[in-house]
Design a binder for this molecule. Sequence first.
Ligand SMILES: *[C@@H]1O[C@H](CO)[C@@H](O)[C@H](O)[C@H]1NC(C)=O
Ligand SMILES: *[C@@H]1O[C@H](CO)[C@@H](O)[C@H](O)[C@H]1NC(C)=O
Length: 446
Amino acid sequence: MHWFQATLTTTLAVFGSALAQDESLPGLSPRQTLPIPASCPGVTAKSSYKLSAASGWKYTLLATGLSKPRSLVFDTEGHLLILQTGLGVTAHTLGADGCINATRTVLANQQLNHGLALSPDGKTLYVSAAPTAWSYRYDAATMTATGQTAVVRGMNPSGHNSRTLAVPPNRPDLLIVSLGSGGNIDDASVKKETGRAIVKVFDLTKTPAGGWTYNTQGWYLGYGLRNEIGIIFDGNNMVWGVENSGDELKRTIGGTSVDVHIDNPAEELNYLGDPSKSNEQWYGYPTCWTVGDPSVIKDAAFKIGEQFVITPNATFNDASCAKKSVPPRLSMKAHSAPIDGKFDQDYKNLYVSLHGSWNRQPATGYKVIQIPFQKLESGAYDPVAPPDSPFTQGYSEILWTSSPNENSCSSATCLRPTGITWHPDGSRMYVGSDGSVGEVYVLYKA
Ligand SMILES: *[C@@H]1O[C@H](CO)[C@@H](O)[C@H](O)[C@H]1NC(C)=O
Ligand SMILES: *[C@@H]1O[C@H](CO)[C@@H](O)[C@H](O)[C@H]1NC(C)=O
């Protein structure tokens, strides 16, 4: 048995006996032992696809018929909060069998489309629509949110419209807000002051009336990030981002524009670092793209994970990327569309949802992957695989669409994993899916 599982079992046993003496805990305390359901009464798959899990893993359908669930988070009373696009935020109570036994609408707001975060003390709820992020006072006991306050405004509502929100576990005074590019190749965003293709941080203790203005205020956590949808904290509270890179990419080779898009550019796992300090490093977009398949870029000798330009010229070429841009720490297969991620409790693995994209034939994505991590002697967390790893070595698949075959998946026919969150007891993950049917799965080791 893995030492982590041994520790977890012991911990649960201790909590379990503590609970026997105090069964009057309101709702589901995060300390309470909760069974993992093999199925949930009345929850029958409305989707037509079949899933498979890696050996040692199992999954259970927890909820179906939701409105595009995008982000999931547990409150301090063990209620699962779900941001449902076009609907708002719902709170779900888990009954004694581990299935949902009650649902309450916390916020009814059709504008909400992606971002959801709770402060570390669980008392402030953050949500986003394309132009604005708001905070509310949140009461976990009653699952109610009150007192809407705009915290960030003026987010350019063109192009990518998800505004991922994250509060560092050790810095309840900071809010991280990610904003993608205006289009596939947003040339203007090469200047970070456009306020697109960047991640920013805002000081919540000094929020001006009406909220921070996204483009001109706060500080940077990297720029040249095409669409950094997943914002993830490691065990040192350092930030990692997962990025959806470009579509339909070509490379000018010997004067001819050659389609290289099937396996280029790779999707990215980027190290963004300490959110309390401004990070003004450029990560390459919209000029430097990450090599996923070097073999089709025939006029250069690349390794996976290095960066290329579409049309090299006298003033800017691939070597300029190597000098000026921060490449990803690890690459993922082109068009996988990574959109969220969470570490396990001992920071040995990062789990990432690959949403899948229209831009690859045969298709890819539509699955959840596991990226092994290690703690370096410096104390920093880092992927086990080197940056030039082939995808098959950098990560493994945990949950995937097995029917239809991944190759023929589309957004309408396959799992579209979105937000991932762990149960507070560390025993299982909850994974949203926003394809033709909105669903939440429980994913666990068994
Ligand atoms: C749901 O289950 C929890 C935990 O067992 C329990 O406290 C709560 O009363 C139940 N709610 C409903 C509506 O059945
Ligand atoms: C050279 O390439 C860079 C990066 O793509 C571009 O910004 C610049 O305009 C190009 N210069 C010329 C002369 O085409």
